[in-house]
Design a protein around this ligand. Structure first.
Ligand code: TA6
Length: 300
């Protein structure tokens, strides 16, 4: 089997029964992780976590049944890594290039408590040439929770590095009409459905009954997805993130996305943690910025 670099994976990474290297969908290299509490899957393509599921629970992450798994294409669902920009840029890939690059697996760290940690690194690329030199490391830790850390380091000796980052997480819900999202009351947001109109979240809980695409700004608070259908509460805790994005494409947008089923909007919601727009990062020479997200779930 070969990775994006064309080299064979060494068995040294294999941990029988816990870490397994496979050819995933589209024959893309994928790492299957099993712990006593959960299972997970991560593709080298985009260092993309496509699956996390606690034993006895519904999958935590949503993955479209018609997602593409191909070089140069973003996987639809799971946790896309958005870097070094969020949103559209003329003539450039939507949401940056990190999610469509083959990341390199640098390290696997089994913990004494049975958790499995994996560290990936974004290889250099021509597209990165438009930025001061930087490295990006991504640490995924699987236990009864799923923890992610994206560390961007400015390798320049004298230039500031300005960029956006976001973990664009897709969550599985039982029925979007039976979901409420808490933690954003009183937070200002840009409403992308109304041409980025600036608003303030008035409600204790956000309910979704049409397309929602909101960038909440200057918020470091945890959020929760209350799912009455699956009788589950998902908690999203974050550090090093000042923006939270909430997105559901609803019917029309779902129909416009070839890699997303027309009805799949009913079974997903994105609650994304990052630093976008006015919250974009400026990292000094030789400095690093860490974006941490911890996902957990409990039954209601
Ligand atoms: O985070 C919400 C959003 O910016 C939406 O506007 C929509 O574009 C979504 O991301 C998905 O983007 P993608 O490029 O993955 O189709």
């Amino acid at each position: 089997m070969t990775t994006g670099k064309g080299t064979d994976w060494d068995d040294k990474f294999d941990i029988p029964g816990r870490v397994r290297f496979m050819e995933g969908v589209g024959d893309l290299p994928m790492i299957n992780i099993n712990t006593e509490w959960s299972s997970a899957e991560v593709y080298l393509h985009g260092a993309h976590v496509t699956q996390f599921q606690k034993k006895g629970e519904e999958p935590l992450l949503f993955l479209s049944q018609v997602s593409r798994f191909a070089e140069g294409q973003a996987i639809r669902g799971g946790i896309p890594i958005i870097l070094p920009w969020f949103g559209a840029r003329e003539g450039l890939p939507m949401h940056g290039f990190a999610r469509i690059k083959n990341w390199e697996l640098r390290e696997i760290v089994p913990s004494k408590d049975g958790a499995i940690g994996l560290r990936f690194q974004l290889p250099d690329s021509p597209e990165a040439g438009n930025f001061p030199p930087f490295t990006a490391d991504y640490i995924v830790t699987v236990r009864d929770t799923l923890s992610l850390e994206l560390i961007v380091t400015n390798k320049s000796a004298d230039q500031e590095l300005s960029l956006e980052d976001c973990l664009h997480t897709y969550f599985t819900v039982g029925d979007i009409s039976a979901v409420s999202i808490t933690g954003l009351k009183g937070v200002d947001y840009l409403d992308k459905v109304e041409n980025f109109a600036k608003k303030t979240e008035a409600g204790d809980a956000i309910k979704i009954s049409s397309e929602v695409d909101r960038v909440y700004m200057d918020t470091t608070a945890p959020t929760e997805i209350h799912d009455a259908r699956l009788k589950r509460k998902i908690r999203i805790e974050k550090e090093g993130s000042a923006s939270t994005v909430v997105w559901n494409p609803w019917i029309a947008k779902a129909q416009q996305m070839p890699d997303f089923g027309n009805e799949e909007y009913q079974r997903m919601v994105c609650v994304e943690s990052g630093n976008v727009g006015k919250n974009k990062l400026t990292i000094g020479p030789g400095k690093s910025a860490s974006l941490k997200v911890k996902l957990s779930s409990t039954t209601l």
